[in-house]
Design a protein around this ligand. Structure first.
Ligand SMILES: *Cc1c(COP(=O)(O)O)cnc(C)c1O
Length: 370
């Protein structure tokens, strides 16, 4: 179907022209400063604070180490309420901290943690809520904060999908106690691999910065059992350059999003998600639900696209709660997670990325509507 029959993946990383990166590399080669909070690291932290509209940011080697460290930074223990409908790293970060995940079902309108179901899952051991802004769509941040305040819980957002999203007239990343970003190759903003934690105050940022550098405060003082989570100068320099293209990239995603929506408007059994009143959305993903009324099941459509070299992805199937290290938990029972289980059966994320041509987009749409 596609003209050259070149495979179309769910995403394709944006990269700047290589020539534009060479001067940055030259600087690194000249200075011989490769990591440990060098000048590019400092510049990227500052540039991201300004771009995102947040106060404090700590760069990380990837989002997962960011999640593990965020839980350490707030000294979270016991049980944490979280969603089964996410990338597996969300819950893994809890197990790496010896914390018990307690899965709560999701809201059918957003596929984010359903605040109405959180309270019933709170026990005396609950210390925090780890929620995910799935597809970059904001969680019910006010309702979640209210519950957290009532029960004295901390709130951490896995904001791996939420780069650049503005909500309630400010950055979505300013909600909760901490937000964790991923700059993985497949994300809206990439540094090859990378991540960050957004903190509300200087003291918390300082604790996080100690934790990501083995707990070192100075040459001879170690204050915590830290890890090595530092972003290198190579990744930070790339991030500075990538930031220049991010608005254009989000704009191109927006155009594709609009074309999909229009094309599927009258297709029976294909459900798109409406915006969650973001002031600025990032169009990170284009999920559809393949529902009764559509002639094919989700998996049949997934296979049909693959036969035409189009690699849509079933984000998120299987649910985290179905993986072997989680499925024995009482909260992992399907009867507790009806909405998530249904969404995992119906969801398909379609290709969306800058550089997806009109012809390629037409072929994806044609196979779904035709
Ligand atoms: C990508 C992703 C992560 C992990 O980020 P890495 O940078 O790949 O470690 C965590 N949570 C969610 C929801 C993700 O999509």
């Amino acid at each position: 179907m596609t003209k050259s029959n070149e495979p179309i993946y769910v995403t394709k990383p944006v990269l700047p022209p290589l020539e534009e990166f060479l001067p940055y590399l030259q600087q690194i080669w000249d200075s011989r400063i490769l990591t440990n909070g060098g000048s590019f690291h400092q510049q990227l932290e500052q540039a991201l604070c300004e771009y995102l509209g947040v106060k404090y940011i700590s760069l990380f080697t990837n989002g997962t180490i960011g999640l593990v460290t965020a839980l350490q930074a707030l000294r979270i223990t016991g049980e944490v309420i979280t969603t089964p409908y996410s990338f597996v790293a969300t819950a893994h970060s809890l197990l790496w901290n010896g914390i018990k995940p307690v899965f709560v079902d999701i809201d059918p309108d957003t596929l984010n943690l359903d605040p109405a179901k959180i309270e019933a899952a709170i026990t005396p051991s609950t210390t925090a809520i780890l929620a995910v802004h799935v597809y970059g769509h904001p969680c019910a941040v006010d309702a979640i904060q209210k519950i957290a305040d009532n029960y004295n819980l901390r709130v951490i957002y896995d904001a791996a999908h939420a780069f650049g999203v503005q909500y309630h007239s400010g950055s979505l990343l300013n909600h909760g106690d901490l937000s964790v970003l991923s700059f993985h190759a497949t994300k809206v903003f990439n540094t090859f691999e990378g991540g960050a934690i957004v903190s509300p105050d200087a003291k918390t940022k300082q604790r996080i910065d100690h934790l990501k550098n083995f707990g070192f405060v100075d040459e001879v003082t170690v204050v915590a059992p830290g890890i090595n989570g530092k972003m290198s100068e190579f990744n930070a320099a790339l991030g500075l350059l990538q930031l220049k293209g991010i608005d254009a990239a989000m704009q191109q995603r927006k155009v594709i999003d609009a074309r999909y929506r229009k094309a599927f408007d009258n297709v029976q059994g294909i459900r798109c998600f409406s915006a969650v009143h973001e002031d600025v959305a990032n169009y990170a993903y284009f999920p559809i639900l393949v529902q009764p009324g559509y002639p094919l099941s989700r998996d049949e459509l997934y296979r049909k696209l693959r036969e035409h070299n189009i690699f849509a992805r079933r984000y998120f199937y299987p649910l985290i709660s179905d993986f072997p290290m989680y499925r024995g938990l009482p909260s992992a029972a399907q009867s507790n997670l009806r909405v998530a289980s249904q969404a995992a059966k119906e969801v398909l994320c379609l290709p969306i990325y800058p550089g997806l041509t009109d012809e390629q987009l037409d072929s994806v749409i044609g196979l779904i509507t035709g």
